[in-house]
Write a protein that binds this ligand. Structure first.
Ligand SMILES: Nc1nc2c(ncn2[C@@H]2O[C@H](COP(=O)(O)OP(=O)(O)OP(=O)(O)O)[C@@H](O)[C@H]2O)c(=O)[nH]1
Ligand SMILES: [Mg+2]
Length: 531
C-alpha cells in the first residue's frame, strides 16, 4: 500500500469560491495555463474567434459570462495531481457550490481588490469554517484601481474573524500594477503583459536592494514597496500548519488573473499549502468512524450529476469524490442507498466537459461515471462494509412556476429533459394533487434556475418552453400520505398540495403567515424543509 500513500500525498483537491465576478473562472483558466494543462488561455467574455474559458463550457455560461454549474478539472503539475473545482458565485446556483464544497479538501477564496469581502464570499466562508476547510486567498484585479492592501487584510480579519497573513505584496496598483514582492524569499517578481493574457507572462526576478529597481518600477511604486516591506518585516509571515488547517489563518496572495500577474506564485502556493485528502467522518456498517484516505477499503460518494456535457453522447455523468483506498475500473462495490452490489464500469477522468476513461483513481480524485440512473446525489459506495458520508445539503425551494412545452409534438423530449434536470438537482418537479393531467409545478432555490432550465431544454433537448411563475414562496414536506394531507389537515385555502417525484406530500404556501397558520392549526404535523 506504499503506492496508495504516495498517491494520496501528491493529491490536492480544492474548490475556487467567491462572490460572483471576482474572477474564479479566469483564475481557473490561468492555473490551467501555468499548470501546463492548456496551451492558450481563453476568456470568460471571449471576443470573436477567441476561445472561451475551459470551465465555462455550457452555452448559457458563454453567452452570459457567468458560471452556472461547477466544473471539475484534473491535471498534473510538478509531480502533484490537482483536482480543481471551479464553482458558480451567483446565489441562485449556490446549492451546486455547497455540494462541491462537500467534495473538497481546501478552498481558494477569490476577492476583487476593489470590493473586498462581499456577501456571497462571507456565506461561503462560513460553510468552509463549519466544515473545517482550510482557505487560501487570492486578491484579484490589482490591475484595476482597488483598495489599499493593508485595508483589505484588516477587512478579512475583522469580517471573518481569522488571521490574514500576506505571503506577497503588490508592486504598484491599477494601470501601474507590475508584479508582486515575495515576502518570504524577499524577491521582486515583475511580470510583462501578454496579449489578452492568453500565454504565460514573462517574469523578471530581482531583490529589493537591486540598484536598478527604482528606475524600473518608478519612484512611487518603489517608495510604496519599501515602506510596505519595512512595515511587514516586523509582522512576519509565519503561521503554524495547525492554524491553517483549522481555517484560523488564511495566507493571502495578490495578483491579476486576467494578466497572469501573480498566478505562478499562487499555483506554487497551492502545492505548498493545499492539504492532501483528509480523513473523513462517516458511518461504516452503521457506526461512526473516521475513514482514513489510506484505508484499504475504497469509498466514495456522488456529489453532483450533470447531463449532456458531451454533445456527441448526451448522457449523464455522476461526479464521485474518492475518499479512501484505490478505485479500480469494473470494481464490485456496495451501493448504500440501493443496498446491493454494483459494478463500477466506465470511470472517467474529468477536464471540464472533456473526459477520458481511466483504469484507477485515488483519494481526492473527482471521477465521472456515465450514470444510467444508478446514482443519485449523495449516494455512497464502498468496497467493504456499507458506508454513509455526511448528507449533501439540500436547500428549500423558494420559487415556483409551471413550464409548458410550446410544441405538443415535443412532449416526450420535454418529459425526458425535466426528469434529467431534476436528477441533477436543478429543480424539483411537483405534481398538484388535485386535477388529473394538471401541469407539473417546478420548484427552484434561485429564480435564475428557470432561465437555465429553459435555455438547457432548448439547447440540449430541442424543446422550446414558456414559464409561468406562481405566487407560492415556501414548500414544506409532510411525512404523511397525500390523501390524508388533503382530507385531514386544516390548511389555508390558497395553499397547494402536491406530490414530489418520489411520491411524497409537499404543501406550497404563498407566505410565512400561511405556513404559521398551518402549523398552528395542525400541531401534531411536522412541516419539513426537505423531504
Ligand atoms: N480587470 C480585471 N478583470 C478581471 C480579472 N480577472 C477577471 N476579470 C474579469 O472579471 C469578470 C468576471 O470574471 P470571471 O472569471 O467570470 O468571474 P467568476 O468569479 O468566475 O464569476 P462567476 O463564476 O459568474 O461567479 C470577467 O469579465 C473577467 O474578464 C483581473 O485580474 N482584472
Ligand atoms: Mg465563474
Amino acid at each position: 500500500m506504499a503506492e496508495l500513500g504516495r498517491e494520496v500525498a501528491r493529491r490536492r483537491t480544492f474548490a475556487i469560491i467567491s462572490h460572483p465576478d471576482a474572477g474564479k473562472t479566469t483564475l481557473t483558466e490561468k492555473l490551467l495555463l501555468y499548470g501546463g494543462a492548456i496551451e492558450m488561455a481563453g476568456a470568460v467574455r471571449a471576443r470573436k474567434g477567441q476561445r472561451h474559458a475551459t470551465s465555462d463550457w455550457m452555452a448559457m455560461e458563454q453567452t452570459r459570462g457567468i458560471s452556472i454549474t461547477s466544473t471539475a478539472l484534473q491535471f498534473e503539475y510538478e509531480g502533484c495531481c490537482l483536482n480543481l473545482l471551479d464553482t458558480p458565485g451567483h446565489e441562485d446556483f449556490s446549492e451546486d457550490t455547497y455540494r462541491t464544497l462537500a467534495a473538497t479538501d481546501s478552498a481558494v477564496m477569490v476577492l476583487d481588490s476593489a470590493k473586498g469581502i462581499e456577501p456571497q464570499t462571507r456565506k461561503l466562508f462560513e460553510v468552509c469554517r463549519m466544515r473545517q476547510i482550510p482557505i487560501i486567498c487570492f486578491i484579484n484585479k490589482l490591475d484595476h484601481p482597488g483598495r489599499d492592501p493593508f485595508e483589505l487584510l484588516s477587512e478579512i480579519e475583522k469580517e471573518l474573524h481569522v488571521g490574514a497573513v500576506p505571503m506577497n505584496w503588490p508592486i504598484g496598483s491599477g494601470p501601474n500594477f507590475q508584479g508582486v514582492f515575495d515576502l518570504r524569499k524577499q524577491q521582486v517578481l515583475r511580470f510583462a503583459r501578454a496579449a489578452h493574457g492568453a500565454s504565460v507572462a514573462a517574469v523578471t526576478v530581482s531583490g529589493l536592494d537591486d540598484p536598478m529597481l527604482e528606475d524600473e518600477i518608478g519612484p512611487t511604486a518603489w517608495q510604496e514597496l519599501r515602506e510596505a516591506a519595512e512595515l511587514l518585516s516586523g509582522a512576519g509571515v509565519s503561521f503554524t500548519s495547525d492554524e491553517f488547517n483549522h481555517g484560523r489563518v488564511i495566507p493571502v496572495y495578490f495578483g491579476s488573473a486576467i494578466n497572469n500577474f501573480g498566478v505562478q506564485p499562487f499555483l506554487d502556493a497551492l502545492l505548498e499549502f493545499a492539504p492532501p485528502p483528509a480523513p473523513r467522518l462517516a458511518h461504516v456498517g452503521g457506526e461512526e468512524t473516521i475513514v482514513e484516505a489510506t484505508s484499504d477499503t475504497f469509498t466514495g460518494f456522488v456529489f453532483k450529476i450533470q447531463a449532456n456535457m458531451d454533445k456527441r453522447h448526451r448522457d449523464r455523468l455522476a461526479f464521485m469524490r474518492v475518499c479512501s483506498g484505490v478505485f479500480e475500473k469494473d470494481m464490485l462495490v456496495h451501493h448504500s442507498r440501493l443496498n446491493r452490489e454494483v459494478r463500477m464500469t466506465r470511470p472517467h477522468r474529468l477536464f471540464a466537459r472533456e473526459r477520458e476513461t481511466i483504469d484507477s483513481a485515488y483519494p481526492g480524485d473527482v471521477i465521472g461515471f456515465v450514470n444510467p440512473g444508478l446514482f443519485h446525489i449523495g449516494d455512497a459506495v464502498s468496497s467493504g462494509a456499507p458506508v454513509e458520508f455526511a448528507p449533501i445539503p439540500r436547500f428549500a425551494p423558494e420559487h415556483f412556476a409551471t413550464l409548458r412545452a410550446k410544441q405538443v409534438t415535443r412532449q416526450k423530449q420535454f418529459q425526458k429533459g425535466l426528469a434529467q434536470l431534476e436528477e441533477e438537482g436543478v429543480m424539483q418537479v411537483l405534481s398538484p394533487h388535485e386535477g388529473l393531467r394538471s401541469e407539473p409545478i417546478l420548484a427552484v432555490v434561485g429564480e435564475l434556475q428557470f432561465d437555465v432550465m429553459q435555455s438547457r431544454l432548448e439547447s440540449e433537448y430541442n424543446v422550446e418552453t414558456t414559464v409561468t411563475t406562481l405566487p407560492y414562496k415556501l414548500a414544506r414536506w409532510i411525512d404523511r400520505d397525500v390523501h390524508e394531507v388533503a382530507t385531514k389537515l386544516n390548511l389555508p385555502s390558497r395553499s397547494k398540495i402536491c406530490i414530489d417525484s418520489a411520491g411524497r406530500a409537499v404543501v406550497l404556501f404563498s407566505s410565512q403567515w400561511e405556513l404559521d397558520y398551518a402549523e398552528k392549526e395542525n400541531p401534531l404535523v411536522h412541516f419539513l424543509l426537505a423531504a
